[in-house]
Design a protein around this ligand. Structure first.
Ligand SMILES: Nc1ncnc2c1ncn2[C@@H]1O[C@H](COP(=O)(O)OP(=O)(O)O)[C@@H](O)[C@H]1O
Ligand SMILES: CC(C)(COP(=O)(O)O)[C@@H](O)C(=O)NCCC(=O)O
Length: 410
């Protein structure tokens, strides 16, 4: 048996063991590193057309392409803790790949697809610590490729969020373009997508996820992003935000379509109240901040959609993280400004667009193709649960998933 295979399996109980790991891809952003990799597992072994050779996860399709069945795994780390990510990759031997056991495609085993600014910034570190070269892919190319892949290949990927309810969208592949992709990472990029590889970054804003996390940390003294979010759920923004009703004596300003509860000025009450930061509850501050930033992004997104005549806006990036209040504020902003004409849509794998784009870019070189059979909500931590060396503090996996899929190799 292949030694590499042994080493990977050696860390795991049989029920959750990895088979081969292949095609590791990274998106090293300003705040978070996103990791995507494919693994076959014994549970997933399928012998297509009777191929019972050494690698029984590799079958041959009617078109002559080999099919490798397995799961796509997702993980994320804070960029400031990049060593945790390096350790994770190293301990799982993810960088060594796995196709060579079955297809002798080892020639570029030390070349790992990577995108995001960190692919440039940390290239030397990866070479030094893991002996791998980062094969850099452009960040915008990857965001678009990742979004197109998810929208076309993954069932129940896109959804609207209205009145606290998720509604999954049926995406007609023949009627997908054009759309606006708004990626809310540390900063925000807005990309008009017209097709596979056909896009233009039409706008962006420096007021994004990093602003929420950075300002929020300074204002509330909270220690983690999740804590800040948690705070925001308990808060009441009306304590700090100046509403139309505060200015108009409790009345709507109906002539221009503003209800009394519309925020007239985010944080505006802090001026008239003569209060200091300590006089406000951190949860109210967090709530106002989340609302201010989400609302602003929703509005800028809509204005761009308007300018380019786009009806559909997909929001990605880890700022969203499937958080109800964030999505609600963005949805309301898009609905309000577009008078119901445009729709905000969210993606289940919103934070992994770039990493998935880097992943599918392997296809450019090796003619491999990734097909998702289905998308199943399985906590990715379940894949590691049996690993005695797995330390959840190292891999901040939150509630990510792995999804079942096939890789078609030429
Ligand atoms: N665990 C976390 N730690 C830090 N930021 C987080 C976390 N989860 C979500 N976020 C939010 O996601 C943003 C980063 O999103 P991401 O799409 O990964 O961007 P980038 O590529 O710039 O790192 C942060 O600025 C923050 O608002
Ligand atoms: C520079 C970036 C593309 C980097 O991506 P990120 O790490 O934030 O995901 C992004 O932060 C951005 O688009 N910022 C907004 C810059 C602007 O248009 O004003």
């Amino acid at each position: 048996m292949d030694q590499r295979h042994d080493q990977i399996e050696g860390n795991s109980e049989p029920s959750h063991s990895f088979g081969q790991v292949s095609h590791l891809a990274l998106d090293i952003g300003g705040t978070l590193i996103k990791v995507v990799y494919f693994s076959t597992s014994r549970d997933d072994c399928i012998d297509h057309e009777g191929d019972s050779s050494a690698n029984n996860t590799l079958g041959v399709s009617k078109s002559g392409k080999h099919i490798l069945e397995g799961r796509l795994h997702f993980a994320k780390f804070e960029t400031r803790n990049i060593n945790d990510c390096l350790e994770f990759i190293s301990s799982k031997k993810l960088h060594l790949g796995g196709f060579q056991r079955c297809r002798n495609l080892a020639k570029d085993k030390n070349l790992i697809k990577a995108t995001g600014g960190g692919a440039h910034k940390f290239a030397e570190l990866f070479r030094e610590k893991l002996g791998i070269d980062l094969d850099k892919e452009d960040e915008m190319d990857c965001l678009v490729a990742g979004a197109n892949f998810l929208l076309k290949a993954v069932h129940r990927e896109a959804y609207t969020y209205v009145g606290g309810e998720k509604e999954f969208m049926q995406i007609d592949q023949n009627d997908l373009y054009p759309y606006l992709l708004v990626n809310i990472g540390s900063g925000v990029s807005m990309i008009k997508v017209d097709g596979d590889g056909k896009f233009e970054r039409v706008s962006g804003t420096n007021v994004g996820g990093g602003t929420f996390w950075g300002l929020g940390r300074l204002l509330t003294k909270c220690k983690s992003f999740d804590e800040l979010l948690e705070l925001s759920y308990r808060g009441n923004n009306r304590v700090i935000d100046m509403l139309v009703g505060d200015i108009y004596g409790g009345m709507d300003y109906s002539k221009i379509g503003l209800s009394s509860t519309t925020i007239a000025s985010s944080f505006g009450k802090a001026v008239s109240d003569y209060k200091e930061l300590e006089d406000y509850k951190p949860e109210d501050v967090a709530r106002s901040l989340l609302r201010m930033i989400s609302n602003n992004i929703g509005q800028i997104a809509y204005l761009n959609a308007l300018q380019f005549g786009l009806k559909r806006i997909f929001f990605g990036g880890f700022f969203i993280q499937g958080q109800p209040y964030t999505m609600d504020t963005i949805s309301v902003a898009v609905h309000f400004w577009s008078k119901g004409e445009a729709k905000a849509m969210f993606l289940r794998h919103e934070g992994f667009l770039g990493a998935l784009g880097a992943y599918v870019s392997y296809a450019k070189n090796r003619l491999d193709d990734l097909v998702c059979n289905e998308s199943i909500q399985i906590p990715v931590s379940a894949s590691y649960a049996a690993d005695p060396k797995y330390n959840p503090r190292n891999a901040d996996l939150n509630d990510n998933e792995s999804m079942q899929c096939s890789v078609y190799t030429a």
